[in-house]
Design a protein around this ligand. Structure first.
Ligand SMILES: Cc1ncc(COP(=O)(O)O)c(C=O)c1O
Ligand SMILES: N[C@@H](CCOP(=O)(O)O)C(=O)O
Length: 465
């Protein structure tokens, strides 16, 4: 399996190179050249498998023999042994046709652990085989950063720099990034919002001299392996609800579009899927884009679901590539217009293909709080604000006879203030994270300035190209 860039001007790469590159050299995102397909019988054979065995079956074609089967199996097993729930990603029924897919049983209580635990081990394996080191730069609105710092802390071959928006992440999220004590990871608070952090990371990738000098690599969902890992739980959830003989729809709290893109990938691989429903908070650029075709950025509105306070949704580029019939020139046009004017108009055919697969809705902060309250009263289920955003959108857009899986992307204890304000209950951190809020924090504050951030990384990384 080879990987091609959405902008069509970067070298075609194998799995290991795409894993280490993160962003393609033309600024695009890597996707498999073709999608592996599972027959209904293949999908049926996933029934009853432990999560890591299903993951091996689904991930193996993407790795294409570049990692030996025994090593890949071990890496996958070790990744999911870090999860505190036997099922890894369990389903909980919250209504007659509504299920919550809990993705937060990993070490940092967010769905990012599902991919990041695997990504760190895959990278370590490939780097050890090649005798190389990398510098990882990542941007976070709160959860990717903690998951990356946890997964890479102490890694021999990677130095990690995570940029987060200063003052805009929850106190738990911040402590998860700033208290690891590991010498090879560093949290950098940027005076700006998440989009500024993400723009800095992309600019570092596009600064080829810097990129080569520090052997830059990425762990955001611009990295194909992040999406690959997330495809697995769409299959396991659907199979436990009767796939391939009964299609289910998924509602996904969405920011950078990585999670729901993994659902689309599962569909392209043959998983019979109903609707893929994008749920946004007030930062509703995706809902607006689907409604009228105009992808137009506005300023970021801080909400109670801060991890989704995003305007520039990186992985939407991967969807544009697929929906345009893999037309890299069309994608380049959109991205150039976004760079120049902060917006682009999606062409009619591409938009109608997107709308035939996706629906979208938004939930306000008040609607999210009301949903946390109502869900607790009606089904005894305590949802975090990101999950509640998706529950609200799922309920507003429900169709008769449709079974909906709502992705629960974070544990409510990551956002205790917002949850308490909504329903009067303060969720507490699980035992293994007790004491987190008392640990000493270490982080650097920098302006949103490419040169200053690159200088800082240059001085502190041990990797050399
Ligand atoms: C808790 C939570 N929910 C939802 C999202 C949105 O996911 P995605 O960026 O993959 O759309 C994020 C961040 O990415 C998150 O941290
Ligand atoms: N919500 C994310 C934003 C970064 O998204 P990613 O999936 O591209 O890493 C976060 O929590 O950091």
């Amino acid at each position: 399996m080879n990987y091609v860039s959405t902008r069509g001007e970067a070298p075609v790469l194998g799995f290991s190179d795409a894993l280490l590159q993160g962003l393609a050299s033309d600024g695009g995102l890597y996707l498999p050249r073709e999608w592996p397909r599972l027959s209904p019988e293949d999908i049926r054979s996933l029934r009853g498998l432990p999560y890591s065995e299903a993951a091996f079956v689904l991930i193996k074609p993407f790795v294409n023999g570049e990692i030996a089967d025994a090593a890949l199996k071990r890496i996958i097993e070790e990744s999911y042994a870090t999860f505190r729930h036997e099922a890894v990603c369990p389903l909980v029924q919250t209504g007659p046709a509504e299920f919550v897919l809990e993705l937060f049983h990993g070490p940092t209580l967010a769905f990012k652990d599902v991919a990041m635990q695997l990504l760190a081990r895959l990278m370590d394996h490939v780097l050890a085989e090649r005798g190389e080191r990398v510098t990882i730069a990542g941007a976070t609105s709160g959860d990717t950063g903690g998951a990356a710092i946890e997964a890479f802390a102490g890694a021999e071959r990677a130095d990690v720099f995570i940029l987060f928006p200063h003052g805009r992440v929850s106190p738990v999220q911040q402590r998860q990034m700033t208290t690891s004590g590991a010498a090879n990871v560093e949290a950098v608070a940027i005076e700006g919002n998440f989009d500024d952090c993400q723009a800095l990371v992309k600019a570092m990738f596009n600064d080829h001299a810097f990129r080569d000098r520090v052997s830059l690599s990425g762990v955001n969902s611009i990295n194909w392996a992040r999406i690959m890992a997330q495809i697995v739980y769409y299959f396991t959830a659907a199979v436990s609800l009767g796939a391939p003989d009964r299609p289910v729809s998924f509602t996904v709290p969405t920011g950078n579009f990585g999670d729901i893109l993994a659902g689309y990938a599962a569909k392209l691989m043959g998983l019979p899927t109903g609707r893929l429903i994008i749920a946004t908070n007030e930062n509703d650029i995706l809902a607006r884009a689907l409604a009228g075709g105009d992808y137009a950025t506005r300023s970021v509105i801080p909400t109670t679901s801060p991890s989704m306070d995003i305007q520039i949704s990186s992985n939407f580029e991967r969807l544009l590539f697929e929906a345009s019939g893999r037309n890299a020139a069309e994608v380049r046009g959109y991205m150039e217009s976004l760079r120049q004017s902060g917006s682009f108009l999606i062409n009619g055919g591409t938009l109608s293909r997107i709308c035939s697969e996706f629906a979208a809705g938004r939930a306000s902060v008040d609607e999210t709080a009301a949903t946390i309250r109502a869900t607790l009263e009606q089904s005894g289920y305590l949802a975090d604000p990101h999950t509640a955003t998706a529950l609200k959108v799922a309920r507003t857009h429900a169709l008769p006879g449709e079974t909906v899986v709502v992705l629960s992307t974070a544990h409510p204890a990551k956002f205790p203030e917002a949850v308490n304000e909504a329903c009067g209950v303060t969720p507490s951190l699980p035992a293994w994270l007790k004491g987190l809020m008392e640990k000493e924090e270490v982080y650097t504050v920098l302006p949103s300035d490419l040169k200053m951030v690159e200088d800082h990384i240059n001085r502190h990384t041990r990797a050399e190209g």
